[in-house]
Write a protein that binds this ligand. Structure first.
Ligand code: ZN
Length: 181
């Protein structure tokens, strides 16, 4: 069986649309072909992570359809790796930020006068941030009109932060990706 054909079977398997005969065909190829197995495991890992959040399933579909259109295996593996790294980063960043904030705020919280001046400047900073966010959203609106594909990727990005809990769970409990049937 051709590698490209195998990839289509993988897509169907992830969608749960693989017939019994095709499934054993896919498994036979994966046993014999390390590079396809590597790709399958990467696909499974990303798929499982994304599916931790049901709201993300449109994004999962979009990502898979986009990947299927990519010209060759090397590009696909790089894209998968990038998505995976992004997911991991999405999991680690909020945690690091929280730790950093606690570290910064701890001495401040015991000094009432400093606290009030800090809260004042935080208020000003929030106003500035609000302006920036509005400007970004306006720019984003234009971009989305010109590039509809960006909407799909935005869905993926928006989900990243919400699933970081799932990411760490996966890292701890999933020693090897299992095949879905
Ligand atoms: Zn192969």
């Amino acid at each position: 069986m051709e590698h490209e054909e195998t990839y289509l079977l993988m897509m169907d398997a992830l969608d749960g649309e693989l017939a019994e005969a095709q499934h054993s065909e896919l498994e036979a190829h994966l046993r014999a072909c390390p590079s396809c197995l590597q790709e399958w495991q990467a696909l499974l890992a990303v798929h499982t992570l994304l599916q931790q959040t049901p709201a993300l399933s449109p994004a999962v579909d979009f990502a898979q359809r986009t990947l299927a259109r990519l010209p060759n295996r090397r590009v696909r593996i790089w894209t998968l790796t990038a998505i995976y790294a992004l997911l991991l980063l999405g999991g680690i960043l909020p945690l690091a930020l929280a730790v950093w904030l606690v570290f910064i705020l701890r001495p401040v919280l015991s000094e009432p006068t400093i606290l009030s001046s800090i809260s004042q400047s935080i208020g000003q900073a929030l106003q500035v941030m609000g302006t920036i966010v509005w400007a970004l959203l306006a720019g984003l609106g234009e971009m989305v009109v010109q590039q509809p594909a960006i909407v799909g990727w935005l869905l993926v990005l928006l989900g990243i932060i919400s699933i970081w809990g799932g990411v760490s769970r996966q890292l701890i409990f999933q020693t090897s990706p299992r095949q879905t049937s």
